[in-house]
Design a protein around this ligand. Sequence first.
Ligand code: ZN
Length: 205
Amino acid sequence: MTNAGTLHRIPTRPWRWVPWLVLSQLAVILVWVLAGWHWGLALMVASHALFMVPVFLPNSRFYAPVLSRLPAAGNSVWLTIDDGPSEQTPAVLDLLDRHQAKATFFLVGERVLAHPALVEEILRRGHDLGNHSHSHPQARFWRLGPGTMAAEIEGCQQALQAVSGRPVRWYRSVVGMTNPFVAPVLRKLGLVRVGWSARGYDGVG
Ligand SMILES: [Zn+2]
């Protein structure tokens, strides 16, 4: 990534959604009082949906900046591989070597600690690393509170730092879900959130 400097979009205002939430709920109260509960309730449901939907959109910038497309990429693509390291990692590395391709591996902290040699092999073959949470809690990642979310992202960061000896600057949300408590951790750790513009659907049978 020679132009990585221009790709760095660490969140600078992680709480910028708060005033909008307050304003929207004040509007709900106003409508409730002036136009009746039917309209008030409808507006309340709509306003809550507005704040919920972006959590599940992998490329939504509502709660944090996200890189989903390379500026002026020409014919190049950024290959990213999630969820390792695992016993499948060596085969993936061989495949990349056969095509002289480099990738970024978004790793899970617990698996990093379980397979440090595989992490070293990823780096030895010239690939890059990213943070993909410490335990990959895919069913509940969307609703993690501030403390658990920080522990997930910081735990992975510490595992990557301990095994690779270098700071990691890329982050990918579990199943692409980004709730309001992700951005403050990214700002603290200097991490850039990465989405995607195409996917292989290789995680399903
Ligand atoms: Zn994943």
